[in-house]
Design a protein around this ligand. Structure first.
Ligand SMILES: [Zn+2]
Ligand SMILES: [Zn+2]
Length: 380
């Protein structure tokens, strides 16, 4: 694969790995930060010039001072700048911590860049895709234990990372560390995850034309996944509905909740067709198999996904019935239901299926190929 020129840095990385820039703490938006080398020295460059260094276990404080950045610690006694780079000089690993935010310490590899752009504090880790992935698999992978489950999750996370390298390109980084892109809270200590990433090194999911696919996943499908067309009208021939016998005994398989009846009536009346009375039963709906719409005579069809969002339901795979002054809602699954079902994949892994078989079960017609043999979708 030809990686877009913007991401080629000339730094030495193995041929099957690539540079990636991740914006850190993107959801917390901190304005101060403590950097601490974990295992060796780091050089500090201020506005492109080498200004000093910081040694193992010495904290370096970076904070906003008016419209500039201030750096204090190591051999620096207080410098103002617009951007700083912290570059390994013997060290490989460092921690970051947001002062005053409990449990905010996280570990990272390679380089760190901090920039101020107007009021926005950008903390960007420049690392490699393969070193970034284990942390993503831990953050996105739920509480699995099986090797093959983490392997399929690693291939999915890698596919996402490569397919979305341009997601934040206008701000000069590739992906953020929040759920907007892929959750990433720094390096993982879980050996099973590190070896799953290593075992699938460079491997991604493509369609039969070797184009990187949108490898969507969710927690539990409730026994039947949704095709992407049903949910977002997006193209994606690999995202078809699959009957899933594996996830039904798992924790997120079924759920119940209630909606106050008056709230439901107010909501549903918005969809009443003018000039017609409310003919259909608005208090009873059965969904033995996944449907896309709530269709009641006298009402405009309502996408179940919209009802899910409005009432914050765990999935759009639900039925309901009136009981007293509430609507009793019973549902199956957790999440949007498209693509791989994580809890089903965990059960498949426990029953001896490998990650390729698991991927093929949930994604129609996909191939596992090396990133060098994969291509970007045309819109890239
Ligand atoms: Zn993002
Ligand atoms: Zn499932």
């Amino acid at each position: 694969m030809v990686v877009p020129a913007l991401f080629v840095t000339g730094e030495t990385l193995p041929a099957d790995d690539h540079t990636i820039r991740i914006r850190l703490f993107s959801e917390l938006k901190p304005e101060r930060l403590i950097f601490t080398p974990a295992d060796g020295d780091y050089l500090i460059e201020v506005d492109g010039e080498e200004k000093g260094f910081v040694r193992t276990a010495e904290p370096l404080l970076v904070f906003r001072y008016g419209d500039r950045l201030a750096v204090k610690g190591g051999t620096l006694s207080g410098i103002l700048s617009d951007s700083i780079s912290i570059i390994p000089d013997g060290g490989t690993r460092f921690s970051l911590e947001i002062p005053g935010v409990e449990d905010s310490r996280r570990y990272y590899d390679d380089r760190l860049m901090v920039n101020l752009d107007g009021n926005l504090f950008f903390i960007v880790n420049k690392t490699s895709v393969e070193r970034y992935l284990p942390g993503v698999v831990e953050a996105e992978g739920g509480n699995g234990i099986e090797d093959e489950f983490f392997r399929v999750q690693a291939v999915i996370a890698r596919t996402y990372a490569y397919r979305n390298l341009d997601r934040h390109i206008s701000d000069n980084y590739n992906l953020c560390d929040g759920v907007h892109c892929q959750a990433y809270y720094g390096k993982t200590g879980m050996a099973v995850i590190k070896s799953a990433v290593e075992a699938t090194r460079g491997l991604v999911l493509t369609d039969s034309d070797t184009i990187l696919v949108n490898a969507l996943f969710h927690s539990n499908c409730g026994g039947e996944t949704l095709s992407s067309g049903q949910v977002w009208l997006a193209q994606g021939s690999h995202l078809v509905s699959v009957r899933d016998p594996y996830c039904r005994e798992m924790s997120n398989s079924i759920w119940r909740t209630t909606i106050p009846l008056q709230e439901w009536i107010t909501y549903i009346y918005q969809f009443r067709e003018s000039g017609r009375g409310s003919e259909g039963d608005i208090f009873r709906f059965e969904q033995p198999d996944r449907q896309e719409m709530l269709a009641i005579s006298g009402y405009r069809p309502i996408p179940l996904r919209e009802i899910r969002e409005r009432f914050m339901l765990r999935s759009a795979f639900f039925s309901f019935v009136k009981e007293g002054d509430t609507l009793l809602v019973s549902g199956r699954g957790f999440g949007h239901g498209v693509g791989l079902c994580q809890q089903g994949a965990m059960v498949m892994a426990a029953r001896g299926y490998n990650y390729r078989q698991i991927a093929s079960f949930y994604y129609n017609g996909v191939m596992v190929v090396h990133i060098d043999d994969a291509r970007y979708p045309e819109t890239f």
